[in-house]
Design a protein around this ligand. Structure first.
Ligand code: PLP
Length: 358
């Protein structure tokens, strides 16, 4: 199977499993797990924060982050298509009585500064207290420009809001920007993160660890988040087994994200060519929505999406149509796989009985 549904489908490599097996372990609820402590120190240092906390998932990490910043009756400003608004079960509202204030999100993942400014409420009993701005980078594979991050987070700070980064794929953004200006991707990740009071990163996406995220912030903030994590059922015991995988991923799987981006670029270019060469694709309005990182969206009517997914699946290729037709590259797919996907798509769009049903 060529599985492009998500970069979460990766299997731990042999070397990663060996690092897990070799990890010294303790009970992290007692603060005793040396591998967890080493990972937390490493992530905090890497991203320029005082402290970090290992989390089982990015969802729990964002939840603990929002709840550590906000009280009941506060609100967080968030993109209308952001993970922390749409895809986390409404957790901040359900579990924290924190109201999300969604803000229209543009195709490049940004929120207009004027929309952010207009959404911040005055201190008046009618309103929830505007407390936090959350940004997502990358968003749908799009990389937020550095000058935009600075402008949006400066605005939030001037208006008295805290700033949280959902950096589930922060290292994809950092590797992309480091590739453009030939800088160090770790330093670039730190440059992005420094505009925020807290940041959440996932190890279980492109970095290829089986489980895990980290929340970073000040020592005091992480102490509050630690209490909330316990309340959310996230106090883990010999979690060093997982921390060792994340540690290995940070050491060995960051720079190679550039390869995932290259594969996605080839896939986007190949699919665009298929669409340009096919009358059926033109009739269906098929279009590629590429990103500079590891996610490729294809715009296609729903019935055609289903038909194409079925056709690909029959050829051993998996993608998802859940939030629009999406292909995500990662460390378990290679250049040859991209060529296979492109030829399977070409076969679909140039076979009349396949596209006619769509
Ligand atoms: C995956 C993801 C998360 C967290 O997901 P989990 O599956 O809970 O680890 C958060 N934000 C973004 C942008 C993501 O892509």
């Amino acid at each position: 199977m060529i599985d492009l549904r998500s970069d979460t489908v990766t299997q731990p490599t042999t070397a990663m499993r060996e690092a897990m097996l070799a990890a010294p372990l303790g009970d992290d609820v007692f603060g005793d797990d040396p591998s967890v402590n080493a990972l937390q120190d490493k992530v905090a240092h890497l991203l320029g924060f005082e402290a970090a906390l290992l989390m089982p998932t990015g969802t729990q990490s964002n939840l603990c982050g929002i709840l550590a910043h906000c009280q009941r009756g506060d609100e967080y400003l968030v993109g209308s298509k952001a993970h922390t608004y749409r895809y986390e079960g409404g957790g901040a509202a359900v579990l924290g009585s924190v109201q999300p204030q969604p803000i229209n999100q543009l195709a490049d993942g940004t929120l207009l500064l004027a929309d952010i400014a207009a959404a911040i409420k005055p201190d008046d009993a009618h309103f929830a207290r505007s407390r936090l701005l959350t940004l997502e980078n990358t968003w749908n594979g799009q990389v937020l420009p550095m000058d935009y991050i600075k402008a949006a987070t400066d605005l939030a700070q001037q208006r008295g809001l805290m700033r949280h980064l959902d950096g589930a794929r922060l290292f994809n953004a950092a590797v992309f920007q480091a590739g453009v200006d030939q800088s160090d991707p770790y330093a670039q990740a730190r440059r992005i993160a420094q505009h925020f009071d807290s940041a959440s990163v996932c190890f279980s996406k492109g970095l290829g660890a089986p489980v895990g995220s980290a929340l970073c912030g000040s020592r005091e903030f992480i102490a509050r988040a630690h209490r909330i994590r316990k309340m959310a059922g996230g106090g883990m015991r010999q979690a060093g087994l997982l921390a060792a995988a994340a540690h290995y991923a940070l050491d060995h799987h960051v720079e190679r994200l550039a390869l995932d981006h290259k594969h996605a670029a080839r896939l986007a270019q190949g699919l665009a060519q298929v669409f340009a060469d096919s009358d059926a694709a033109k009739r269906l309005g098929a279009a590629v929505e590429a990103s500079p990182t590891n996610i490729v969206f294809v715009k296609l009517p729903n019935e055609a999406t289903t038909a194409l997914l079925d056709h690909l699946k029959a050829q051993g290729i998996l993608a998802t149509g859940l939030i629009g037709l999406r292909f995500v590259t990662h460390l378990n797919v290679n250049a040859e796989d991209m060529e296979q996907v492109i030829s399977a798509a070409a076969q679909f769009f140039n076979t009349p009985h396949l596209t006619r049903t769509a």
